[in-house]
Design a protein around this ligand. Structure first.
Ligand code: NAI
Length: 722
């Protein structure tokens, strides 16, 4: 096997620079070649121990080191456990050999060092990060359902103490810029240039000829103590509680494994801790959740961002100046997202005051970012200077894109486009942020329907990473490509869907909510419904979410849908949720949080508890619905509808379906998305189909698996894009 992914460069002063530079891949990963190279390097360093004065580890790639080889990890099954364990132990052993050589080893981190990359840096005595865009450090394994298996748990616990290692690094998987990494003691120094980086590395070697790690120094104790100390032990029970809060009881094995590896590892010597870590690592890698999460958050996300939904043969274009129509909640957020990405923004509302209020939103976000040290005042001011609030349509001149976010009203939306369409650039991209109105019909009201497209943002825009692009019946391919490029320009993730009522996200989240409300209709305790959503891993409880969206909105959409079905000669089949929503609105006047009362009570807009009347009027004591059914009904309702959307051609790829469900509507992350959930269900697709039939029998037709799914299960073919 080729062992040439680490280049050895020795100068005449006895300093060896190890250059991470995998010749076969664009990024350095912990693949088999790297492992072989590491072993060779460790041998060579040991044999030249007397002539080597110090070691610098740096990279020739854009990223310092990308981490584990996910292509390989995702394929590992239970039968590979031995191999995974051995390879984790081999990397640890070789890093440890370099760490204990007795000569100073410095990590000159000149690019992203996440996961395995930061673990390599942790094995070095001194870490210097190049303070440049793109350099980040951290251990984000938990976000892929994994734990750092190359010494990351063992060393962060010994570097920071158990509590800080867990809370700052391991459990959130946070990524640190060089400056923040310095504050958090994850690196020792930063450097402003490559030259300075290497000079500082050499200076460290000169000043510390016999460097060793703190944990290899006599008298060393883990900062903050270990579970054996009575003081520490008193706090220990808080950790599982924190963890439960974080995962709400949902099946995320990684945080638990990390906690266990950290606590157990702190009570034993370094070598044993490494073995403990490798054992937990192996159990996660060979399990199902890591596969789901790697598939979705790495492979699907990468595919979607690099163009799954974009026509490939159209050259990329950038937007320079955007007109945002409507400076309300959404318009204000969209203006901020665009300005942050360096786009000039004209933010128009009916009055100058309303427009200025919209800009005020960006001012608040910028102030907060400066306060928290996430940006400088100068940069924040530059963002704000890009936003021009106005009530004057003439300011639209020269804009090469329009994003409309006025009230949800077809006539009004068409009117505001007509007002500006002759003022903006003649080929300006025309986008509507409507959340429910069909794009094809809206486009009828503008002069250039081929340039018209839906751009559905999510609230709050600055936090939500997804944008759903909706292609109308007359939307041109070039328009689609430009809309896609605009979404990428503002660093969001675009999924592309064909026009349909509720598009993808609004329609599917509606199934989730309706299912929760249907349980209330059946007489299930409302608190159990909420608990089921939380334990299934949904970020929002179902009835609380309904209150946020208001109860009147789904009624209106339902009435429109019913009219459409009936106009077509069809029969409307009412969903069991409808009667509850109607009574809530008509009989009790409870329309949701906006109206001050809904499934919950509110004081000054803050949620108190579930409305006691809910139990009184709807709950039937003795209603026995198994808890697992409550959870799976929500998951199945959404997954099954996602399959129907694929069948209907609204969705056109599996990756977009998974990413849209995860980033847009809070489908639980451990599943890997609404279609990956079906792939990963116990028993695979046939298991899912059998369970769907069971739910259909117990709870209604809506769970009957679509024919396409049954056929796919018969072929044994999971949902995957080619
Ligand atoms: P909003 O009520 O906060 O803001 C609407 C703004 O449009 C107001 O500031 C209003 O003064 C302004 N406006 C009305 N007529 C105008 C005109 N002729 N010219 C310029 N401005 C005008 O509403 P919000 O929540 O921002 O929603 C806007 C759009 O975004 C709607 O179509 C909504 O369906 C959609 N949307 C909303 C989401 C949400 O979570 N609220 C999520 C995704 C889409």
């Amino acid at each position: 096997m080729a062992a040439d992914t680490i280049r050895w460069e020795q100068d005449d002063t006895g300093v060896v620079t190890l250059v991470l530079d995998d010749p076969r891949h664009s990024a350095n990963t912990m693949n088999a070649e790297f492992q072989a190279s590491l072993a060779v390097v460790a041998d060579r360093l040991e044999s030249l121990r007397d002539t080597v004065r110090g070691v610098i580890v740096t990279s020739a790639k854009k990223t310092f080191f990308a981490g584990g080889d996910l292509r390989e990890l995702i394929q590992a099954g239970p039968e590979d456990a031995r191999r995974i364990f051995d390879s984790s132990m081999a990397v640890k052993r070789d890093l440890r050999r370099v760490e204990t050589l007795g000569v100073p080893v410095v990590a000159a981190v000149n690019g992203a060092a996440l996961g395995g990359g930061y673990e390599i840096a942790l094995a070095c005595h001194h870490r210097i990060a190049l303070d440049a865009p793109g350099t980040v450090v951290g251990l984000p394994e938990v976000t892929l359902g994994l734990l750092p298996g190359a010494g990351g748990v063992t060393r962060t616990v010994r570097l920071l103490g158990i509590a800080d290692a867990l809370l700052k690094v391991l459990l959130q998987g946070a990524r640190y810029t060089p400056r923040r990494a310095l504050e958090a003691a994850l690196v020792h120094e930063t450097a402003d240039s490559h030259e300075e980086l290497l000079a500082k590395a050499r200076a460290f070697i000169d000043a510390h000829p016999e460097s060793r790690q703190p944990w290899d120094t006599p008298g060393y104790r883990i900062p903050g103590g270990t579970p054996a100390d009575p003081r520490f032990a008193a706090n220990l029970p808080a950790f599982p509680a924190t963890l439960s809060k974080q995962t709400a009881g949902a099946p995320y094995p990684a945080p638990r494994a990390i906690l266990a590896a950290a606590v157990e590892g702190a009570q034993v010597d370094f070598a044993t801790a490494q073995t403990v870590e490798a054992r937990y690592f192996t159990s996660l890698v060979t399990g199902r959740t890591a596969k789901n999460m790697i598939q979705a958050f790495f492979f699907d996300l990468q595919a979607v961002n690099s163009g799954t939904g974009r026509p490939g043969d159209i050259p990329a274009r950038e937007v320079r100046k955007v007109l945002v129509l409507g400076a309300g909640m959404m318009g204000a957020g969209i203006a901020y997202a665009c300005a942050r990405a360096g786009i000039d923004v004209v933010l128009k509302d009916v009055t100058a005051e309303a427009a200025a209020r919209g800009k005020g939103y960006s001012e608040r976000l910028c102030d907060k970012a400066v306060d928290r040290g996430r940006t400088t005042r100068e940069k924040a001011d530059a963002v704000l200077a890009r936003i021009t609030p106005t009530a004057d349509p003439a300011d639209a001149a020269g804009c090469d894109a329009v994003i409309e976010a006025v009230f949800e009203d077809t006539a009004l939306k068409q009117k505001v486009f007509q007002e500006v369409q002759d003022l903006v650039a003649p080929d300006a991209l025309l986008c509507s942020n409507t959340s429910t109105l069909p794009i094809t019909a809206l486009a009828e009201g503008v002069a250039r329907p081929a340039d018209f497209i839906g751009l559905h943002f999510f609230s709050p825009v600055d936090k939500m990473p997804l944008v759903e692009i909706i292609k109308g019946g007359r939307t041109g391919e070039e328009t689609l490509a430009r809309a896609f490029d605009l979404v990428r320009q503002i660093s969001k993730t675009p999924i592309v869907v064909n026009d349909s009522r509720g598009f993808f996200t609004s329609r599917v989240i509606g199934k989730f909510i309706n299912e929760g409300v249907a349980m209330v209709a059946e007489g299930v305790e409302p608190a159990s419904v909420e608990q089921a959503a939380a334990q299934a891993g949904y970020p929002a409880k179902v009835l609380a979410l309904m209150d946020e969206l208001t109860l009147t909105l789904p009624r209106r959409i339902r009435d429109e849908s019913r009219r459409a079905v009936e106009a077509n000669g069809g029969t409307w089949l009412p969903h069991p949720a409808e009667a509850v929503i109607d009574r809530m609105v008509e009989e009790f006047g409870r329309t949701g949080r906006g109206g001050g009362a809904g499934f919950y009570d509110y004081t000054d807009g803050k949620r108190d508890g579930l409305w006691p009347g809910l139990r009184e009027h709807f709950t039937r004591p003795g209603t026995e619905v198994p808890f697992l059914d409550l959870q799976e009904r929500m998951l199945f309702a959404e997954s099954l509808d996602t399959v129907r959307l694929l069948d209907e051609g609204v969705l056109t790829s599996v990756a977009e379906a998974n990413i849209g469900s995860l980033l847009g509507i809070g489908f639980p992350g451990w599943t890997g998305g609404a279609l990956q959930y079906i792939n990963g269900y116990e028993g695979g697709l046939p298991g899912f189909v059998a369970r769907a039939r069971e739910l259909a029998e117990r709870y209604g037709e809506r769970f009957t698996p679509p024919a396409s799914l049954v056929e796919r299960a018969g072929r044994g073919e999971p949902y995957r894009d080619r």
